[in-house]
Design a protein around this ligand. Structure first.
Ligand SMILES: C[S@@+](CC[C@H](N)C(=O)[O-])C[C@H]1O[C@@H](n2cnc3c(N)ncnc32)[C@H](O)[C@@H]1O
Length: 303
């Protein structure tokens, strides 16, 4: 369940331009199934990346049946985010702030204000005073319900669209006690280190980011043989690196993981607590990107 999975991988393979590329990818899948290191098909890098970015823009704009899931409610967030998310949300006071990056329709925030999450087993949202909440989405997916609720809550609940997280200044957004990202920017960004750096710069010391990453090498190594990874990290010598190894090198953070092996795809639930202000995220460079929902991405760590 629960995954951000779709069957685009096979469709992409079939849709790729040359038989050579298709063959290369199929060989890669077989090698991956055998647990061997694989390389992505070689092509002139930037023009192909640009083509993929253009396709990705269309995916963000798509509506209806071909679109991705953008209306998960608070009980879904409680299910896919790390343990402790609901308790942390319940503890927020009226002057605290919650940022949801990649909020889609902002359903989780709507549920929070409507007290709907309390019906979930996790009792998410609490019955006390509500924090301020900000939803960010590239495309504007505000529903009528959002507009009605926002009209009665004024600026306690904000929806920002039209830009990516990296395009906002820190002053525009301010600081937050809780930041969530459910199959949002962390799963879609083409610049992983810049994205995380921005996220952590918006977090108060003592606050936490709750997020989830599908189809990755799991921290505890329990992912099954033959998985097609959608987010891959490699070191300077192109050897596979787990997301957890990269995150462990980020200063001023304490990161905890939960591994979901029995979901559609091996999925890593990640909680990042900010412990001091001097955060430095090790740089990643994008080496491959294939548009999709979510996209396939490969990043190389800088030496
Ligand atoms: C698959 S939807 C998930 C929506 C919602 N979290 C849910 O679970 O229903 C992806 C969302 O992430 C947003 N997104 C992707 N990359 C982003 C970025 N870099 N900055 C802000 N939003 C981003 C998209 O615009 C969209 O709102």
């Amino acid at each position: 369940m629960r995954g951000e999975s779709n069957c685009h991988t096979f469709r992409q393979i079939v849709g790729w331009k040359t038989a050579g590329m298709r063959l290369a990818v199929l060989i890669a899948i077989v090698l991956q199934a055998l647990g061997l290191a694989v390389g992505w098909p070689q092509e002139p890098a930037q023009p192909r990346l640009d083509e993929e970015f253009t396709k990705q823009e269309k995916i963000y704009r798509r509506r209806g049946a071909g679109s991705y899931t953008a209306n998960r409610g608070l009980s879904d967030y409680a299910e896919v985010l790390p343990t402790g998310f609901c308790d942390a949300l319940n503890r927020l006071g009226s002057s605290d702030r919650w940022l949801d990056i990649g909020a889609g329709e902002g359903q989780a925030i709507l549920d929070y204000y409507a007290g709907k999450g309390n019906a979930s087993p996790e009792k998410c949202g609490g019955s006390g005073p509500k924090a301020r909440a900000v939803a960010i989405s590239i495309e504007d997916r505000r529903t009528d319900r959002w507009k009605q609720q926002a009209a009665s809550l004024g600026d306690r609940m904000r929806y920002l669209a039209g830009k990516r997280l990296s395009q906002y200044s820190r002053a525009e957004l301010g600081k937050f006690q809780i930041i969530t990202d459910v199959y949002g920017g962390f799963t879609y960004t083409e610049n992983l280190s810049r994205f995380l750096d921005k996220v952590l710069s918006l977090l108060e010391v003592g606050g936490a980011v709750y997020t989830v990453l599908p189809a990755v090498h799991l921290e505890d190594g329990t992912d099954k043989l033959g998985t097609w990874y959608k987010t891959e990290l490699v070191d300077a010598a192109s050897r596979p690196v787990k997301v957890s190894s990269w995150l462990s090198q980020t200063t001023c953070t304490k990161v905890t993981y939960e591994s979901k092996t029995d979901w559609d795809e091996p999925t890593q639930l990640i909680k990042i607590r900010k412990t001091c202000s001097d955060v430095a995220v090790p740089r990643t460079n994008l080496v491959e990107y294939m548009a999709g929902a979510p996209p396939n991405r490969r990043f190389q760590l800088e030496r």
